[in-house]
Design a protein around this ligand. Structure first.
Ligand code: BGC
Length: 815
């Protein structure tokens, strides 16, 4: 790397101790500064669908955008760029320099627990949108961090699992997803993953050098995933920064290793130069102008969250039901627990605390002001805790709502207090003196809404003791699930207990928690959550209630979805079935009223066995805080559901080429090679419920002609333009995504049946035609075999509206 000579001079002026100190975080979210050289700390934050900031605190809320799959479903680079810009604005507002996103691992299986955060099963769609997202952030002077490099495509045993994958698949699929974010968008950071790839853990893997540095020209910082860098040995690799700090495997051990001549000081210098270079880019180093002046994006985050949720929602089915003219419906039934308790984001480090969430029920009420909207909850969707509603709690210290929290040290002295409005309490760094805290307790007076048995739940790891009106009602040591302490903190086990209460009469609650401290470095994090659990209800009666109401209305809106356990960091899914009796609910509603629209609230594929029985199915993903309004907009046609599936949706679990992840001897073999996602479905001759690229929208389209150069000669960085004639044949303006796939009939190489070569979104008025230019990189015609190779001969290019709906063909001869 040829860094600015002034950076070399700065580095040369540092002692070895000073250099090494810079290479491990100062705390959970920031790096060390060094006043002497005018270096200020760099502040990181998750990411990737909202900016949490340095604390997870309802008093400092964040805008929650639609999840990664929803963004990818837009197939729209402009939306991805705007998404990045909104995040940059949020980062600036929260004093954050670097966003830990985008998450761009592949949807190798629909069961990936963290797929909601990532984009797609296709490397071209992922790579193009990732580049646009990174550009969107960095053009405002905030750093972006594509993650997790590499093959963290599932969560099972994520710290230790060894992914075995051949060189060609790495290049054509898994690395390709990251490539443009580096080569085109010039990402300032990359995050290395926890897992191993081909026998070497990511932070000790040659992939950090080749292709990232020496081929792609990456000159930024490789930050390890949190607690992911676990050895001194990793300092020998192109791993630059250890997070979180202040402890870590480098520190003193690295100083000694350099002094003993075991590790060359130049390896340390290289990391320091990169870190200084990053600080300079971010404007965190005196005397250096930032790479891009920090500018505030001119976008309204709330308005963007709403329009992006609609742009990414996928209309899977529509039997003439949608859109609905609000003037023509008088009575609407909204049903499903999810209508009132939606999941607007997936679980884990991606979670932010929004200032508000518009529920689907609220969205429908707002969109149909003239209609009578009734709500029936339907069967239970076990969804963890409902945090205590602030308006039913009283803080004994302030007299206002919420809870009073105290942190006590080993001597029994109260060292910190907080007055909070939420019972969702997680501390990751921030101001609370977590490291010195031995117990944390909170007190509140809770006024129940109903009389009788109330089910409470507490979620944490360590000792928990709860008193209600001075009587101990719960006293347990809660063990973590698995060894993944980060995930244990974010998705700790929930324990239930019940008390008898009278509606409106306050119950004095005191919860005391002695956290379990991880040897693995989570000593500056703490999580403690408390709330209500749904009472044991009679699902048959709840379904019957909803169905009886459905017969009386002009429109039924049923909202179904997954839950916090199914889609969260730290675990994969073994089933794609909607939890609880939701399928029974929709089936019964469809029989009761054909004007039933099912809205699906999940981040990755689910089975929808009733999809052909209802009037319409709208996949709304984890739609962010404005999801309810976006649903209202789409139901009435104010907005068109603009999304196309970024991954294949199966009709049955048995059809899915790869579902469960079961490491064998600590390994997972990517045996399907380059045949990932729809490529594998086609290869195996299986038909999914909805193919990759599918999505209906509110108008109809035709493709009229396709034109491509007849011949081309390989020139790696060049592109060809495929021109596709498109007509909006329907009665309203709409948006379509023209998808161009490549295939090769007589190949000596084992190729995918088809592969996405390029795509372009188009907006057209009713009846209008245009020619869409789809830019296809020449690389789309290459395969990897110790280098990019071009097999001479004829490639077919097909244009269409999904991987299964390809309507026009042309050929290109590669010389
Ligand atoms: C996740 C990362 C995240 C980091 C910090 C890790 O557990 O894998 O994606 O950025 O935590 O929260």
């Amino acid at each position: 790397m040829s860094a600015d000579p002034r950076l070399h001079a700065l580095c040369a002026g540092l002692t070895l101790e000073e250099k090494v100190r810079l290479l491990t975080g100062r705390d959970f979210w920031s790096t060390h500064g060094l006043e002497r050289i005018g270096l200020r700390p760099i502040v990181f934050s998750d990411g990737p669908s909202g900016i949490r900031g340095q604390s997870w605190d309802e008093r400092d809320p964040s805008v929650s955008l639609p999840c990664g799959t929803a963004l990818a479903a837009s197939w729209d680079r402009e939306i991805a760029r705007a998404y990045g810009a909104v995040l940059a604005g949020e980062a600036q507002r929260k004093g954050v320099d670097v966003v830990l996103g985008p998450t761009i691992n592949m949807h190798r299986t629909p069961g990936g627990g963290r797929s909601f955060e990532a984009f797609s099963e296709d490397p071209v769609l992922t790579g193009d949108l990732a580049a646009a997202y990174v550009e969107g952030i960095q053009r405002h002077g905030v750093g972006a961090t594509p993650k997790h490099y590499l093959c963290n495509d599932f969560e099972t045993d994520r710290y230790t699992v060894d992914v075995r994958v051949d060189e060609r698949s790495l290049r054509e699929v898994y690395l390709a997803a990251f490539e443009k974010a580096v080569t085109q968008a010039g990402a300032w950071l990359v995050m290395s993953s926890y897992n191993s790839v081909n026998g070497a853990t990511a932070s000790e893997n040659d992939l950090l050098e080749t292709p990232l540095n020496d081929e792609w020209g990456f000159d930024g910082v490789v930050v390890g995933d949190w607690t992911g860098v676990r050895s001194l040995r990793s300092a020998r690799f192109s791993q630059d920064l250890v997070m979180p700090g202040p402890d870590g495997p480098w520190g003193e051990a690295l100083v000694k290793a350099v002094e003993a001549g075991e590790i060359d000081e130049s390896a340390v210098d290289r990391k320091v130069l990169r870190l200084l270079g990053l600080a300079a880019r971010l404007g965190r180093l005196d005397g250096f102008a930032p790479a891009v002046p920090r500018s505030a994006p001119r976008l309204d985050p709330t308005g963007f969250a709403r329009s992006a949720a609609a742009a990414g929602s996928v209309l899977l089915e529509n039997r003439g039901l949608l859109p609905v003219d609000p003037g023509r419906v008088r009575r609407i039934l909204v049903t499903g627990q999810t209508a009132q308790r939606p999941l607007v984001q997936g679980g884990g480090s991606a979670t932010v605390v929004p200032a508000h969430v518009i529920t689907p029920l609220e969205g429908v009420r707002a969109a149909f002001p003239g209609a009578h909207v009734e709500y029936r909850p339907g069967p239970l969707v076990e969804n963890g805790l409902d945090f205590l509603p602030p308006n039913r709690t009283a803080n004994p210290a302030t007299g206002g709502d919420g809870v009073h929290v105290r942190f006590t040290d080993a001597a029994g002295t109260v060292i910190h207090t907080e007055d909070r409005h939420s019972t969702n309490l997680v501390w990751f760094g921030g101001e609370a003196p977590i490291e010195d805290t031995v117990t944390v307790d909170f007190t509140t007076a809770y006024r129940p809404e109903t009389s009788g048995q109330i089910r409470f739940g507490v979620s944490s790891v360590g000792a928990v003791r709860i008193e209600a009106d001075g009587v101990v009602v719960f006293d347990e040591e809660i063990e973590p699930v698995g060894t993944d302490l980060g995930a244990a903190l974010l998705a700790a086990p929930v324990r239930a207990f019940e008390i008898e209460a009278v509606a409106g009469e306050p119950v004095e609650l005191r919860l005391t928690h002695a956290p379990r401290r991880g040897a693995e470095g989570l000593r500056n994090a703490l999580g403690f959550r408390f709330g209500l659990l749904p009472p044991d209800l009679d699902d048959d009666r709840l379904i019957a209630d909803a169905v009886a109401a459905a017969g009386e209305v002009d429109l039924v809106v049923v909202v179904v979805g997954s839950n916090k356990e199914l889609e969260a960091e730290g675990e994969d899914r073994r089933t794609l079935t909607l939890p609880g009796r939701q399928d029974d609910l929709v089936t019964a509603l469809a029989a009761a009223n054909p004007a039933t629209v099912a809205i699906v609230n999940c981040g990755a594929p689910m089975l929808l066995p009733w999809a052909v029985e209802v009037g319409a199915v709208l996949q709304a993903w984890f739609g962010g805080q404005e999801m309810g309004h976006a649903i209202g907009d789409m139901l009435t046609g104010r907005a068109e559901p603009g999304g196309r599936l970024p991954s294949t949706w199966p009709a049955a679990e048995g059809d899915v080429p790869i579902l469960a992840i079961e490491p064998v001897d600590g390994r997972v073999d990517y045996h399907e090679g380059v045949h990932v996602g729809y490529r594998n479905w086609l290869r195996l001759g299986r038909t999914p419920a909805y193919p990759f690229g599918h999505g209906l929208g509110y108008t109809t389209w035709s493709l009229d002609r396709i034109l491509a150069p007849a011949a081309l000669s390989p020139a790696p960085d060049e592109t060809v333009t495929v021109r596709v004639g498109v007509t909006n044949t329907g009665g309203r303006a709409g948006r379509q995504v023209v998808q161009v796939y490549a295939e090769r009939a007589d190949s000596a190489v084992d190729r995918p049946a088809i592969w996405l070569a390029g795509f372009a979104a188009v907006l057209l008025e009713a009846g209008a035609s245009t020619v869409v230019d789809v830019v296809v990189p020449i690389r789309a015609f290459a395969h990897w075999d110790s280098g990019w190779q071009y097999e001479p001969g004829e490639f077919a290019l097909t244009a269409g509206f999904s991987s299964a709906d390809r309507r026009l063909t042309t050929t290109v001869r590669v010389a």
